[in-house]
Each structure stands twice: as structure tokens, then as C-alpha cells.
Write a new protein. Structure first.
Lengths: 654, 116, 66
């Protein structure tokens, strides 16, 4: 007996305007619903999710707000809200599950989920069940955690990839969900109960020992140790709870950081550039000061040539004047010392010569002489003044300094543009949030470390406590009194039972994994087109890897291969679980080639009794489906477009 | 009696040009820039110009603390009776010329070095 | 219990029984089966489970004692 859906009633759900219904055959086989993209295939899957769990999924795995689910055309006509009803059989009973989303009183223009109320009820064999009973039934019929194995959305493959790694929070949750449907909780629950009763019986034994004088001391010690053990146990439980929370926080922060990796890289680059800009700025300031120092004397440098030219002519004039004055002196002395020999050659100067000299030489008068003296002294002063300007540096040096400064400025400008470019890219980014995420991530890692250390320490204390308890227990065992003996017997029984179930958990898990692996491999060999593949190998978290016939594992898979492997897992779980139900698949063949598609279509009816496929024509041509399924094709439906926001369900088969 | 100027000033039309030159960061002060402009004018062959209205900027004590500039000007321009007046006019002429070249050329370095 | 749940129970019992006979043969098979059966009720609270098992064990011990 298993869950079988009979009919899905929709009212204004997504593109399904008005009241529409799709009926499913009760005979084993496949129902195919054809529809182009955006016609409402995913909405059908969501309708089933909504009716069971009150949730609708949007892009990716995000929950979609319910106030956006109702039919848009109806909403623009002022009619808000929607309803889904699922008729199904389970365990020999028939059920009607209805869930309705209605506008709250007084609201006419809804804008959020708060404007709506949800009504739901479950009818079993015609009778409406009370809310608690209904909840219990639904939980039993289709627990949300494992609904992913029945409502299979080909687009959400990431979930299955998570199974390959137990490290991710999601991977752990999924493998827990799998174990839940495979019955492992029954054993783990028994283990937990027996553990609790074992401790309880130990406590009873200690109390009994306290009651008898012979055994009182041991009884007291045991009672103390038990009390301590209880406290340590509570502490570990608390710490493990904290660790769990911290780990899932870490997982979601990792997720957030991954998304923001590019942004983080940009921020880091920007910080680097900022540092560089500061350095360049310092260089600029220093260089500029150098240039300024040089430029304050540059005016001299500019003038050095003219100054040299003037200096040259001044010196020439100086030389002229000097000669003139010297000659005048010579003549004067000749005049004064008439008749005396020439002071230069010491020869006598004849009268004729004297007369000739007088005629040609200009005799400087006293005033004239004085003027020339002044002129000479002025000249010399000017020459001295010019001296300091004659060697005032070289323009070439200035050019080098200027070029140096120019280079620095260009460098700065280039880095500045780079930074502006980054700023543009970071325009809408919330840097604060990003830094906070990073900070939170680092602190949660530290937190995890602290908690893990705490757990280790507490476990060590617990081990010590157990050792001490055992030692005292041994000594108590040697003493015999009536009540203590019977309590001891009881305690020993619980202890053994606990050990048995503890081992059984491991053994059963191992068995299950092997069975799931074997079933999944069988399915896989029927579905794959690659002859060199030998089957599938399972890991600790029910992740499956393709096994080559030479024994090696094929680690990486295409999205298409992922589909195939996930389907095999679903088939294997259905084989081994007490929960059997319909598989509803949205776009199963989207990424597969014709051969794989053919194989899967043929194999689906063997995996479970009721299959519903949501496909588009190219994905699964109707001819192919009919020829492969033959008698197993129980129904064909079409999602017909009436308008962009209105789809009708139409049956193709009478 | 010395009729030479006791203060050096900048013509109103030159004030913004001088400020621009100083703001390039290449000169430590407007005074440095002004001296440079004066030398620029001299090198460019200017002799005397005429700028009637100037706004006083510096007194000659700050302009030529040791008198060496005066001596230089006297040496270069022996006919100038008032070296500081000459300095002032050459300076303003230099600023004007630099402003003109900057207007055409834009690049300060090119303007002052390539044309000399 | 549904048929599927029944077959799952059988599978669990097989595993536990095999272990019991191999390594915990001093434990009574019927008692072990009863404990397993108590826990196959998904809707039970932990307190109910404890009580159920305790009762089963005490009943067994009393019978043994007689």
C-alpha cells in the first residue's frame, strides 16, 4: 500500500486561472504533462508542496512569498487568494487535503503575506480530522524532510551534489532525512531509551547500596559520581547544541561570503591602492619641495647667459679703462720727470720724442682722471655683483627634477582612476555588511574552536567519571546484599540491552547503505548508456559516485549525469523505505541526450508505481514517450496558453 | 635722492595669472614665481614695459634683502635710473607673457622652458 | 502498522536478532523484539518509550525470578 494521488484541484494558483483539475489514473504507470517553459509546470509541483507544507519555492531554493502566488489576472480584477486540494489514497484510506490562502477581513489591496490567512483541513474517509490528528497523519504520510525524494525538481540538483559532501550542513540534513525514511531512527531511539534507563538503573543501584550499612560508602560515592555524570552529560548536550548552531551559522556565512567573494577581492584591491596612493603622495610632497627649492633660484639660472654676456663686456671695458689709466700714469710721470729716462726702457727720451708723445697721448686732467677712477670702481662693483649670478646652475637639472615630479603625478593619476573604477563597481555594495559577514565568520570559527575544546574537555572529565564509576562498581559487585543484588541484575540487563542496540545501529546503517548502493547501481546500469560504467558507489552520507569497471571512481559529473544518479538514488530509496509514493518530476530530461532519456523513460515505471512527468515537447517528444511506455502511459495532459498569465489544463487522452 | 620704488606690486590683470602659476606647486611662494617671471621677461628680451596701476605686494626689503638683485639689474640695464621700478615692470611683463603662452599652450613646463 | 512499515520492522528485527544471537546470546529474544516494537511507534514521546521498555524489562525479571 502506498501513497497514490488521484486528483489535483487548483483555484487561481499561479497561471491556473479559475477552477481547474488534473486527474491521475489509479493504475500503475506514468502520467505526462506537457508544457513549454513558463507555462506552469513548476507551479504544479509547487501546488503539491503548498498543499502539504504551505510553502512555495521560487528561483533556486528560496521560498516565494505567498501573496505573489495567486493568479495575476484575477488579482488585477480584484479577486485575491488561491486554493489547492489534493485527493489521494494511503494505506487503504482515502484523503482530501485542502489548503486555502484567503484575504484577511478588511483588506482589499494586499501587499504582503500578512494580508492573508491560511486555512487547511484534512478529510479522511469523508470525515474532517482535528488539527492535531491531521498534522500527525500528514507527518506520517509525507514528512517534509524527505519530500525532496518524491517531488523532484530537476533544477534543484545542488541538493544532490550536497550529498557528496557530509561537511555541508545541507548534506548532513539530507542524509539524516534518508536515514529517517529507512528506519534508522527506530534503532537510535531504542539506543537512547536504553541509555537513559541504564543510567536510571545505575542510580537505583547506588540508592539501594546507600540503604545498606555494608555498602553505604560505595553507594554514596556512586551517587556522587552519577550526579556529576548527569551534569557533565547536560553540559555536553548544551555544548553540542551550541556547536550545531555555530556550524550552521558558519555554513550560511560561508554561503554569503562565497557570493561576495568578488566584492571582497575588489575591496582588498581598493585598500591596496589606497596604501599605494598614500605612498605616492608622500613622494610627491618630497619631490615638490625639491622642485620648489630649485625653482626659487631658477630665475638666476634663466639669467646666467645674459649675465655672462654682460659680464664679458664689462670686463672688456674694465680692461680698456685700466689700460687707459695706466697710460695716463706713464705720461704723467714723464711730464713730471722731464728729462728723465723712460721708466720702461731706461733710455733717454729726446725732445722730439717728448713732443710727439704729448701730441698723441691724451692727457688726463685731474677731474677726468677722477671720473675714470669712479667709473672703474663702479665697473668692478658691477662685475663683482654679476659674479654670483654667473654660475647659477643649469636648466638641465631643473628639467630632470620637473620630469621626476611629472612622473609621480602621472602615476598617482593612473592609480586614482583605477580606484575610481573600483568605486564604480562597488557602488551598490554594502561594504559594512560584507565586513560584518567576514568578521562574523572569523568569530564563529573562533567560537567553534572554543566549543570543540570545551566538548573535548568535558568528554575527558566524563571518561574519568566513567572510569571511577567502573572502579567503584567493581568493588560494590564483590559485596552482596538482597536489594543491591536485584538492582545490580536489573542494571546489568539494561547495560547489555544498551550495548546490543548501540551495535545494531552501526550494523543496520551499514546494511542499508549496501542495499541502497546495490539498488541504485542496478538502476544506474539500466539507465546509463556508457558500457564501461560498472555501477555506483555510496559514501557515508548517501552520496553516490560513478564506478568504472576498472574499479576507479569517476569524480566529476555533468548536470545530466547528476540527474541520472539522483534518479537512481530515488529509486533505491523507494525500494528500501516503508514510505512509497508517487514521484513527481519537473524537467527530468532537460540536460540529457536522447538515449539517456529513452532509458530513463523505460526504467521509471520500475522505480515506483506512480510517476508524474512535467516536460516540454523537445525534452520528451510525445512519440518517444508513447513508444517507450506503451501500456504504462496512463495519462497525457497539456498546459495550454490562454494568455501570458492564464494557462489551462487540457487532457490529451480521453 | 633716491626716487626708486620702495614697494613692488602686481597689476590687477596679472594677479590671477600669478596665482595660477604659484598654485602649480612648483614654486614655494608667489614671490619666487614673480622673480622667475622677471627673469623670463629679461631672457625673452624685454626691456621696459609700462604698468600703471599695480597693487602693492612686497616691499623691496623682502624682495631684494641683500641688494644683489639691484646690482644685477644695474649691471644688465646700465641706463635704468630706477632698478626697482624696472624690476617691477619686467616682472609684470614676464607674468603677462607667461599667461599668454599658457593660454595657447597649456603646459607650464613647455611654456617656460622650451621658449627660453 | 502499514505493510511497508511491517516489512521495515522485519528488516530491523532481523539485524538486531542476528547480532543478539551472535554476540549477546544471554539476552532474551522476545524481550529484545518487544523493545524494538515499542520504538516502531513513530508518534510516541520519549517518556512513553521509557515507560514501555521499563515495564517490559521488569515483567521479564519478575517472570525470571519466579
Amino acid at each position: 500500500m502506498m501513497l497514490q494521488i488521484k486528483a489535483l484541484h487548483l483555484e487561481n494558483f499561479g497561471p491556473f486561472k479559475g477552477k481547474q483539475v488534473i486527474k491521475f489514473s489509479l493504475e500503475d504507470g506514468v502520467t505526462i504533462i506537457y508544457g513549454e517553459n513558463m507555462r506552469g509546470k513548476t507551479s504544479l509541483l509547487n501546488a503539491i508542496r503548498f498543499v502539504f507544507f504551505g510553502k512555495v519555492i521560487g528561483r533556486g531554493t528560496k521560498s516565494m512569498p505567498l501573496h505573489k502566488v495567486g493568479n495575476w489576472e484575477e488579482a488585477s480584477a480584484g479577486r485575491h487568494g488561491f486554493m489547492v486540494r489534493l485527493d489521494f489514497d494511503d494505506g487503504g484510506h482515502n484523503y482530501e487535503l485542502t489548503r486555502r490562502c484567503v484575504l484577511k477581513n478588511g483588506v482589499s489591496s494586499p501587499s504582503s503575506d500578512d494580508d492573508y490567512g491560511i486555512e487547511h483541513y484534512l478529510k479522511k474517509d469523508g470525515d474532517v480530522l482535528g488539527p492535531q490528528q491531521a498534522q500527525a497523519e500528514l507527518k506520517r504520510i509525507l514528512p517534509e524532510q524527505i519530500s525532496r525524494f518524491f517531488l523532484f525538481d530537476g533544477e534543484l540538483l545542488q541538493e544532490y551534489e550536497d550529498l557528496l559532501s557530509n561537511e555541508t550542513d545541507m548534506g548532513r540534513r539530507i542524509s539524516e532525512a534518508i536515514e529517517r525514511i529507512l528506519g534508522v531512527p527506530i534503532l537510535t531511539s531504542a539506543r537512547a531509551t536504553l541509555h537513559h534507563l541504564k543510567e536510571k538503573s545505575e542510580h537505583r543501584e547506588a540508592t539501594a547500596a546507600q540503604g545498606d550499612q555494608k555498602t553505604r560508602e560505595f553507594g554514596n560515592q556512586l551517587a556522587d559520581l552519577h550526579a556529576q555524570r548527569t551534569e557533565l552529560g547536560k553540559e555536553i548536550e548544551r555544548l553540542e547544541g551550541d556547536l550545531d548552531k555555530a556550524r550552521s551559522q558558519k555554513a550560511s556565512l560561508e554561503e554569503a561570503m562565497k557570493k561576495k567573494e568578488r566584492v571582497a577581492a575588489l575591496l582588498e584591491k581598493r585598500d591596496t591602492i589606497d596604501k599605494l596612493l598614500k605612498q605616492i603622495e608622500l613622494k610627491r610632497i618630497a619631490k615638490e619641495a625639491e622642485v620648489q627649492r630649485a625653482m626659487s633660484n631658477a630665475w638666476c639660472t634663466l639669467l646666467s647667459e645674459p649675465v655672462r654676456a654682460v659680464g664679458k663686456s664689462l670686463r672688456e671695458r674694465e680692461s680698456e679703462l685700466q689700460t687707459e689709466l695706466m697710460r695716463a700714469d706713464v705720461l704723467k710721470s714723464l711730464q713730471v720727470n722731464a728729462g728723465a729716462p723712460c721708466p720702461a726702457c731706461m733710455q733717454e727720451v729726446s725732445l722730439e720724442a717728448q713732443e710727439r708723445l704729448q701730441a698723441s697721448l691724451h692727457c688726463l686732467s685731474g677731474t677726468e682722471r677722477a671720473k675714470k677712477d669712479v667709473e672703474l670702481s663702479n665697473l668692478r662693483r658691477k662685475i663683482a655683483a654679476l659674479q654670483q649670478y654667473e654660475d647659477s646652475g643649469h636648466e638641465g637639472v631643473l628639467k630632470i627634477l620637473w620630469d621626476g615630479l611629472e612622473e609621480i603625478l602621472i602615476d598617482y593619476s593612473a592609480k586614482r582612476s583605477e580606484r575610481d573604477e573600483i568605486d564604480k563597481q562597488l557602488e551598490n555594495v554594502d561594504e559594512e555588511a560584507l565586513r560584518k559577514t567576514k568578521f562574523d565568520f572569523e568569530s564563529v570559527i573562533r567560537q567553534i574552536d572554543v566549543i570543540e575544546k570545551g566538548i573535548a574537555k568535558t568528554r575527558a572529565a566524563l571518561d574519568e567519571n566513567n572510569a571511577d564509576t567502573e572502579a567503584i562498581q567493581k568493588r560494590l559487585n564483590k559485596l552482596s546484599t538482597g536489594t543491591v543484588d536485584s538492582e545490580r541484575k536489573r542494571r546489568q540487563l539494561f547495560s547489555e540491552l544498551h550495548s546490543l542496540f548501540k551495535e545494531a545501529v552501526g550494523a543496520y546503517r551499514e546494511q542499508l547503505r549496501k542495499r541502497v548502493e546495490a539498488d541504485a547501481s542496478t538502476h544506474f546500469k539500466a539507465l546509463t548508456t556508457e558500457p564501461e560504467y560498472a555501477g555506483l558507489q555510496i559514501n557515508g552520507s548517501y552520496g553516490l559516485t560513478i564506478l568504472h569497471r576498472d574499479g576507479s571512481l569517476i569524480p566529476v559529473r555533468s548536470a545530466g549525469a547528476e540527474h541520472v544518479v539522483a534518479l537512481c538514488l530515488m529509486g533505491a530509496l523507494q525500494n528500501n523505505a516503508p514510505l512509497r509514493g508517487p514521484i513527481v518530476i519537473d524537467s527530468p530530461f532537460g540536460r540529457l541526450d536522447r538515449n539517456h532519456t529513452r532509458n530513463i523513460v523505460r526504467a521509471l515505471p520500475t522505480m515506483t508505481k506512480q510517476v508524474v512527468l512535467l516536460v516540454y515537447d523537445d525534452e520528451l517528444p510525445p512519440d518517444l514517450a508513447r513508444s517507450e511506455l506503451k501500456g504504462k502511459l496512463r495519462g497525457e495532459w497539456m498546459l495550454e496558453r490562454v494568455s501570458a498569465r492564464h494557462t489551462n489544463l487540457a487532457s490529451l487522452k480521453a | 635722492m633716491n626716487f626708486d620704488k620702495k614697494t613692488i606690486g602686481i597689476a590687477a590683470s596679472n594677479a590671477s595669472i600669478l596665482a595660477n602659476i604659484a598654485s602649480t606647486g612648483r614654486f614655494a611662494s608667489e614671490l619666487d614665481a614673480a622673480k622667475f617671471a622677471m627673469a623670463y621677461a629679461i631672457k625673452g628680451g624685454a626691456t621696459f614695459g609700462s604698468f600703471d596701476s599695480v597693487d602693492t605686494k612686497w616691499n623691496v626689503g623682502s624682495f631684494d634683502p641683500d641688494g644683489s638683485m639691484r646690482a644685477l639689474l644695474e649691471a644688465l640695464f646700465p641706463d635704468a635710473a630706477e632698478p626697482y621700478r624696472l624690476a617691477e615692470s619686467l616682472m609684470n611683463e614676464g607674468i603677462r607673457r607667461i599667461g599668454e603662452t599658457l593660454g595657447h599652450n597649456g603646459d607650464f613646463y613647455e611654456a617656460i622652458f622650451s621658449s627660453t | 502498522m502499514t505493510a511497508n512499515e511491517e516489512s521495515q520492522f522485519q528488516a530491523l528485527l532481523e539485524t538486531v536478532e542476528r547480532l543478539r544471537s551472535e554476540r549477546f546470546s544471554s539476552l532474551d529474544a522476545a524481550l529484545v523484539k518487544e523493545i524494538l516494537w515499542v520504538h516502531s511507534n513513530n508518534a510516541a514521546e520519549p517518556a512513553d518509550l521509557s515507560r514501555g521498555v521499563e515495564m517490559a524489562v521488569d515483567r521479564f525479571l519478575n517472570v525470571e525470578g519466579e
